[in-house]
Ligand binder design. Structure first.
Ligand SMILES: Cc1cc2nc3c(=O)[nH]c(=O)nc-3n(C[C@H](O)[C@H](O)[C@H](O)COP(=O)(O)OP(=O)(O)OC[C@H]3O[C@@H](n4cnc5c(N)ncnc54)[C@H](O)[C@@H]3O)c2cc1C
Length: 464
C-alpha cells in the first residue's frame, strides 16, 4: 500500500511522542498523528505544565503574603498579575512544543501529521481525508475528564482542566467538583491567589488514592487556609441562571443548592477511545480504555496501547515508561511486562505528598506483613528553620526481608525528597543500607538517616 508505515502512533503526548521517536531512532518509518498542531499532549497544553506554572506563581505569592513570619514588613499593596502568569505558561508551553517539533523534524524517518485518526481496519487508519497503512500501531490517545451523568442547563458550561488555563481574568470564586489529585492541587493553587474555593466530594474523604494520614495533612492545611469542603454528597444537577451556576445535591438526606460563578469539574479521568474506530480494527476496549495485556498488547497483537488510554496509573512519567516497554515489545525479542511496584508520584499540594512503591493503605488492603516507621518533621532542624515543621517520612518495610518496599512523604519539599526515596525502593534497600549514607545537616534529607536509625535502635532493643 502507498503511504505504508512500520509504525503509526495515535497521540503525541508523553506516551506517543517518545515511542515514535524511539522507533524512528532505529530507522523505522513512523507516522505520529495528533489532533493538535504540535506535540505535547494534554500534559503540556492543559495538564502537568500549566498547573505547575500556576503552582509556582501561587507559592511565590503566598510566601510574600506570609513574609511577616520572617519579620519582613511589606507595603500591603502586593498584587499578582494573572495575565503575566498566563503569559509565562504560554511561553513555556510554546518553547517545549517547538523543541519537541524540532527534534521530530530532525528525524528523517519520522513524520508528524495533524488530524483526527480513525482505524479503517486492522492495518490502516484514516487521518482526515487520507488513508495510511501500518505494520504496527500504538494507541496513545490519552484521557479526558469523566463527566458525571447528571442533567441541567449548566452542564455544558462548566470548566474542566481544558478551559481553566485559558481564562483571561483571574476568577473570583470556583466550586470544584471532585476531590482527587487534580482538584486538590488546583484548589490550593487558586486559593493562594485569593480565589474563593469550595470542594464538593461524593466520598467520605478527599484524596481517596492516598493513605489517610497523607490526605488528612492536606485537608488540614486546606481548612486552615479557608477552603470549604463538603463530603458525602450526591450531585443531582447543575443549572445556569443569571450568570450563576446552581449546583444541586443531596447531603445527609437533605437537598442543598450552592450558587457559584464558576464550576470546575474534576471527577476522574476516562480514556479517549470514542471516534478511534476501534471496532473497525477489532481492538477490544471497556470503560477503562483499550484492553491490553502486561506487555501492553491489545486484542490485535500488532496494535499496542499505553498511557492514559489504558487502565492503570495516569501520570506523564508512567506514560513515557510504558512507551519504552511498547517499543521494546514491538521490535525486540523477549517481551517485557510493565511493573509499577517502584513507581513514584507527587501530589503538588500544600504540603506536598510524595509516594513511591506500595503505600500503607494498599499494604493493609493486600494484608501484607509490614512494619511502619515514621519520622516527624516537627522535630527536624531544617523544617523548623523554614517554619514548615509539618509532615513526615514513612517507611513501609517488609517484615520478613526488612526491605523498604514503600515510602510516603508529606513535606513542603516532598517533590525533591521523593528522588532519594525512589532509589531506596528501586534498589530494595534496608534501613541498614540507608544508614550507611551520611546526609548533610541541616537539610530535610537527614530525615532518611534519622528514620533508618530509629529502625536500627528498635531492632537492637528488641534483640535485648
Ligand atoms: C490538570 C492536570 C495536571 C496533571 N499534572 C500531572 C503531573 O504533575 N505529573 C504527572 O505525571 N501527570 C500529571 N497529569 C497527568 C498527565 O497529564 C497524563 O497522565 C499524561 O498526559 C498522559 O499522557 P498520554 O500521552 O497518555 O496522553 P495525553 O497527554 O492526553 O496525549 C494524548 C494525545 O492524543 C491526542 N488524540 C486523542 N485522540 C486522538 C485521535 N483520534 N487522533 C489524533 N490524536 C488524538 C490528543 O490530542 C492528545 O494530544 C496531570 C493531568 C491533568 C489533567
Amino acid at each position: 500500500m502507498k503511504n505504508e508505515y512500520d509504525l503509526i502512533v495515535i497521540g503525541a503526548g508523553p506516551a506517543g511522542t517518545p515511542a515514535a521517536m524511539a522507533a524512528a531512532k532505529f530507522g523505522l518509518k513512523v507516522l505520529l498523528v495528533d489532533k493538535r498542531e504540535a506535540p505535547g499532549g494534554e500534559c503540556l497544553f492543559e495538564g502537568c505544565i500549566p498547573s505547575k506554572v500556576l503552582e509556582n506563581a501561587a507559592n511565590h505569592y503566598a510566601s510574600v503574603a506570609h513574609s511577616d513570619r520572617f519579620h519582613i514588613e511589606l507595603s500591603g499593596q502586593e498584587q499578582i498579575h494573572w495575565e503575566g502568569v498566563l503569559q509565562d505558561k504560554n511561553e513555556i508551553v510554546k518553547k517545549r512544543s517547538m523543541a519537541a517539533m524540532g527534534q521530530i523534524e530532525k528525524m528523517p524517518t519520522l513524520e508528524y501529521k495533524q488530524g483526527s485518526a480513525k482505524f479503517v481496519d486492522a492495518h490502516s487508519i484514516q487521518v482526515e481525508e487520507e488513508v495510511f497503512g501500518f505494520k504496527k500501531a500504538l494507541i496513545a490517545s490519552g484521557a479526558k475528564t469523566a463527566m458525571p451523568n447528571i442533567q441541567g442547563s449548566g452542564i455544558d458550561k462548566v470548566w474542566t482542566n481544558r478551559d481553566v488555563f485559558f481564562e483571561e481574568t483571574l476568577p473570583k470564586e470556583i466550586l470544584f467538583i471532585g476531590a482527587g489529585a487534580i482538584s486538590c492541587e488546583l484548589t490550593q493553587m487558586f486559593n493562594k491567589l485569593g480565589v474563593k474555593c469550595h470542594i464538593l466530594e461524593r466520598g467520605e474523604r478527599i484524596l481517596k488514592h492516598l493513605s489517610q494520614d497523607c490526605a488528612m495533612a492536606v485537608q488540614k492545611r486546606m481548612l486552615e487556609d479557608g477552603i470549604e469542603i463538603d463530603l458525602n454528597l450526591n450531585l443531582e444537577s447543575i443549572d445556569f441562571e443569571d450568570g450563576m451556576f446552581h449546583v444541586n445535591f443531596t447531603q445527609e438526606g437533605k437537598s442543598r443548592t450552592l450558587k457559584y460563578t464558576n464550576v470546575l469539574m474534576a471527577t476522574g479521568r476516562i480514556a479517549n477511545v470514542d471516534g478511534l474506530g476501534l471496532e473497525n480494527a477489532g481492538v477490544e476496549y471497556d470503560k477503562n480504555g483499550v484492553v491490553v495485556n502486561e506487555q501492553l498488547q491489545s486484542s490485535q497483537p500488532h496494535i499496542f496501547a499505553c498511557g492514559d488510554a489504558i487502565k492503570g496509573p495516569k501520570f506523564a512519567h508512567t506514560a513515557s515508561y510504558e512507551a519504552g516497554i511498547v517499543v521494546h515489545n514491538m521490535f525486540a525479542p523477549s517481551p517485557h511486562a510493565v511493573d509499577f511496584s517502584k513507581n513514584s508520584w507527587v501530589l503538588f499540594s500544600d504540603p506536598q505528598v510524595g509516594v513511591v512503591g506500595i503505600d500503607e493503605q494498599n499494604a493493609k488492603k493486600d494484608a501484607m506483613d509490614v512494619d511502619i516507621e515514621m519520622y516527624d518533621f516537627a522535630q527536624d532542624a531544617r523544617a523548623q528553620i523554614d517554619k514548615q515543621a509539618v509532615g513526615f517520612v514513612k517507611f513501609i518495610i517488609d517484615k520478613k526481608t526488612k526491605v523498604i518496599i514503600g515510602v510516603e512523604i508529606v513535606s513542603e519539599d516532598a517533590s525533591s525528597l521523593i528522588g532519594e526515596a525512589s532509589l531506596i525502593v528501586a534498589n530494595k534497600m534496608t534501613a541498614m543500607d540507608v544508614m550507611s549514607a551520611i546526609h548533610p545537616h541541616p537539610t530535610l534529607t537527614e530525615s532518611f538517616g534519622k528514620i533508618a536509625q530509629q529502625i536500627f535502635f528498635k531492632s537492637m532493643m528488641q534483640r535485648g
